[in-house]
Write a protein that binds this ligand. Structure first.
Ligand SMILES: *[C@@H]1O[C@H](CO)[C@@H](O)[C@H](O)[C@H]1NC(C)=O
Ligand SMILES: *[C@@H]1O[C@H](CO)[C@@H](O)[C@H](O)[C@H]1NC(C)=O
Ligand SMILES: *[C@@H]1O[C@H](CO)[C@@H](O)[C@H](O)[C@H]1NC(C)=O
Ligand SMILES: *[C@@H]1O[C@H](CO)[C@@H](O)[C@H](O)[C@H]1NC(C)=O
Ligand SMILES: *[C@@H]1O[C@H](CO)[C@@H](O)[C@H](O)[C@H]1NC(C)=O
Length: 579
């Protein structure tokens, strides 16, 4: 976390009015948004009667449209905002909802649904009923961003727990959930699925970007927890997704194409949202990960914004370089195709994040790719590096800040006096429409306001990544053996009491060298059979044992040690009983 004051910016007199109007709007709307968000979380939420504790509803609206369900994507994005706020020390009481969310997700993951079971693709199911039973109606499934986003939210909490002397909870409760999600991502990132708007069945930039982030930070989180057997698999698939991520960039038109299918222009809020949700404050303006201040993300943002200038009546008469209402994508026809609160705020948030990095770096680059973006603010600006001591840096950062504020001002203009935020506001008159009290709309106010104050989430390892020169889809993904290893699945039948878990350790590095502390937790997905797949050195004789952990006590399986011999390659399974 870093807090960078934008005090060095010098605001021209004409902009003070808007600046203070946006400041006061956010000062009023922020608390309303927080109340609105918490109302939509089961357990204590005032608009969530009948919703399981910790479960986020998309909206309390039960008809026209019926959003009274829980979506894995929306819930994860909402809880990432809640967890970041908690981690920043803004509200310690949020831990109650966070712990209920954690518990609810451990249950939700195990619910068999039309996408499969927990071990056969069920984690890609996009939405569930609010009592956590499966939703069995027709839907755009699977959606493969959900598991990645949930892992990212839970890793943020897990890292806080580790930093606050509670590695036990991170390992026993957070890690098993995260591991299931990341194993899913590592195995399925290269499969087709529906995009975040649930319409296009192809590959989608947002999905690939958040998968990359989750795998990358998942490898680091696993390392911290001593779960080293998954690290090389997650890292190699992260590198593969980073490589694939580059292919969405359209160099001639200067924007990120949102989906590989769908037959649209590909100009879509998908790409700005991806930049926000994969923002790493220590990665600079890295274009390989499409950081908010990267030339590619800025160019893409301009193309996206401009695509709404002439199609919405609410935008008519607005100068070509001023902020406008933006929606999901220009071809949108859902509810007539309207601007959305969360997409308009996403433009502002990307720019606030960019400003935070430029200020921290003390310079700003204008490249051939980002030139059209910067020309909005100075039509004669040239390609170059502008240090923070230069007048041009001040001109550009001030203009970008005002431009960002103007998007918030658009939202302000179309927010009803009570501050309630629906999903959309109409293209003709800016009147709220579609689902009322959209949880994600409220979360987007909170994250945009935090970004405006220079607040960021944690770094996740985006700094200095190298994109391979040619893309691959192979690697030592969890469960698939890499060179010189054999993927061994350990199954052990063991009855346990609630809260008790089964772990594995043994005689080699990949089994944590007989360490009871670093022993690897097994999945109870097929209880009473507990399972884990580990890549072990090929052609080796290996000894191992299972451990029970309960309430801080560790119990080893009785002697003698179990043994196995690995072959030259491939996969193997051992079936054991607790004795
Ligand atoms: C660790 O965190 C969990 C979840 O909030 C909590 O229930 C538990 O009391 C914490 N343990 C310690 C030792 O702080
Ligand atoms: C799988 O990855 C390869 C290599 O990056 C890429 O060409 C292909 O489009 C990807 N397919 C899907 C469905 O992700
Ligand atoms: C989505 O696309 C994949 C790959 O083309 C296809 O196998 C699958 O049936 C499609 N799903 C739906 C629901 O259309
Ligand atoms: C600007 O570009 C230079 C050279 O291309 C690079 O070394 C530097 O990190 C960039 N700075 C920013 C702020 O992006
Ligand atoms: C706009 O850019 C030009 C060319 O780099 C520069 O000379 C001029 O000072 C800039 N204008 C402002 C207001 O910064």
């Amino acid at each position: 976390m870093r807090f960078i004051l934008l005090t060095a910016l010098c605001f021209g007199a004409t902009t003070w009015a808007q600046l203070s109007a946006v400041t006061s709007f956010l000062a009023t709307e922020g608390p309303i948004a927080k109340v609105g968000l918490l109302a939509n979380i089961g357990g204590s939420g005032s608009k969530s009667a009948g919703v399981k504790a910790g479960i986020v509803i998309a909206s309390p609206s039960k008809s026209s449209p019926d959003y009274f369900y829980t979506w894995t994507r929306d819930s994860s994005l909402v809880f990432k905002a809640v967890i970041d706020s908690f981690v920043r020390g803004e509200d310690a009481s949020l831990r109650t909802q966070i712990d209920q969310y954690v518990a609810s997700q451990a249950v939700q993951q195990q619910v068999s649904n039309p996408s499969g079971t927990v071990s056969s693709g069920g984690l890609g199911e996009p939405k569930f009923n609010v009592d956590l039973s499966a939703f069995t109606g027709g839907w755009g499934r699977p959606q493969r961003d959900g598991p990645a986003l949930r892992a990212t939210a839970l890793i943020a909490y897990g890292n806080w727990l580790i930093a606050n002397s509670n590695t036990t909870f991170a390992l026993s409760t957070i890690w098993p959930i995260v591991k299931l999600d990341l194993d899913y991502v590592a195995s399925n990132w290269n499969q087709t699925g529906f995009d975040l708007w649930e319409e296009v069945n192809s590959s989608s930039f947002f999905t690939t970007a958040v998968q990359h982030r989750a795998l990358r930070e998942g490898a680091a989180f696993a390392t911290k927890l001593g779960q080293t057997s998954v690290v090389s698999g997650y890292t190699s698939q992260a590198t593969n997704t980073l490589c694939f991520l580059q292919s969405y960039w359209n160099p001639t038109a200067g924007y990120v194409t949102a989906n590989t299918g769908g037959g649209r222009s590909g100009k879509d809020a998908n790409t700005a949202l991806a930049s926000l949700h994969t923002f790493d404050p220590s990665a600079g303006c890295d274009a390989a990960t499409f950081q908010p201040c990267s030339d590619k993300a800025l160019s893409s943002l301009k193309v996206y914004v401009d695509s709404f200038r002439s199609i919405y009546t609410v935008n008519s008469g607005i100068a070509a370089t001023d902020a406008v209402a933006t929606g999901r994508y220009p071809e949108d026809s859902y509810y007539g195709g309207n601007p959305w609160y969360l997409t308009t705020l996403a433009v502002a948030e990307q720019l606030y994040d960019a400003l935070t990095v430029w200020k921290a770096q003390g310079s700003l680059n204008v490249t051939a790719v980002s030139l059209p973006f910067f020309q909005q603010f100075n039509s004669t600006i040239a390609v170059g590096t502008y240090p923070s001591t230069s007048a041009i840096f001040t001109t550009l950062t001030t203009a970008v800040y005002n431009f960002a504020d103007s998007f918030v001002a658009v939202v302000q203009k179309y927010t009803p006096s009570g501050g309630a935020l629906a999903e959309q506001y109409t293209r003709a008159a800016g009147v709220p429409t579609s689902a009322a009290d959209l949880t994600w709309s409220y979360a987007s106010v909170l994250t945009a306001a935090a970004a405006r104050n220079g607040l960021t989430g944690d770094s996740w390892g985006a700094k200095g990544l190298v994109v391979p020169s040619s893309c691959s889809t192979s690697g030592s993904g969890s469960g698939s053996g890499s060179s010189g290893t054999v993927a061994v699945t350990f199954n052990v039948v063991a009855t346990t009491v609630y809260g008790e878990n089964i772990y594995l350790t043994g005689s080699v590095d990949a089994l944590q060298n007989w360490s009871p502390t670093n022993a690897m937790i097994l999945s109870p997905a097929n209880y009473p059979t507990w399972s884990i797949t580990v890549n072990l050195p090929a052609n080796s004789a290996i000894q191992y044992k299972y451990i029970r952990k309960y309430n801080g006590a560790t119990t080893w399986l009785a002697d003698p040690n179990n043994q196995l011999s690995t072959g030259a390659s491939g996969a193997a399974t051992v079936n054991d009983q607790w004795r």
